[in-house]
Design a protein. Sequence first.
Length: 217
Amino acid sequence: MKTVKVKGKEGFVIGKIVCVGRNYAEHAKELGNELPDKPVVFLKPASAVIYSGDNIIYPPFSEDMHHEVELVLLIGEKIKNGDVAKSEKAIAGYGVGLDMTLRDVQHELKKKGHPWTIAKCFDTSAALSNFISAEDYKLTLDEEIVFAINGVVKQKERLNKMIFNHIQLVEYLSSLMSLEAGDLIFTGTPAGVGKVNKGDRLTAQITGVAKLECGVE
């Protein structure tokens, strides 16, 4: 059973992890994808979660694992078909996460018209920081999200560059499925994704929100 820690609050047992793809225009373009008119949605299992200080394990069936740094939302109460106000209220906290992706595996699956699941669900593919409570921190979307490998910045963008903001995502996702306390939403990654190698040190942060550090082995 995996949990998330919220600064100054009780933690949550993680339920489902709902991920959004192609939520920054420049990232969609760098992978040759069209801009979506609705959020692109996929899932990760809670078993994929690791925490700051842990190592990401390179799966033996891939040679091209990519980093994707993301704002992560923690859902604090059940919501279904939420409007804007209810969607904002359902967000209990904010963190930073890494959605590790096996790009070579993903490309092969996409060519065959298959789901991306194998490229996204492997153990250690969802690295999480601690979370800050939405009661204690008001997200403005002016925050900067930054990712670096061995101290070299690879991704850097303002959260206001998301195509669908955090509240819109909760509103949309709750129209598709019930969101429950402990669910996590990975909100998409900005441009600059690329390969990581064994021995790399990965750092991710959102200014004023959270920090995350992991190794790769």
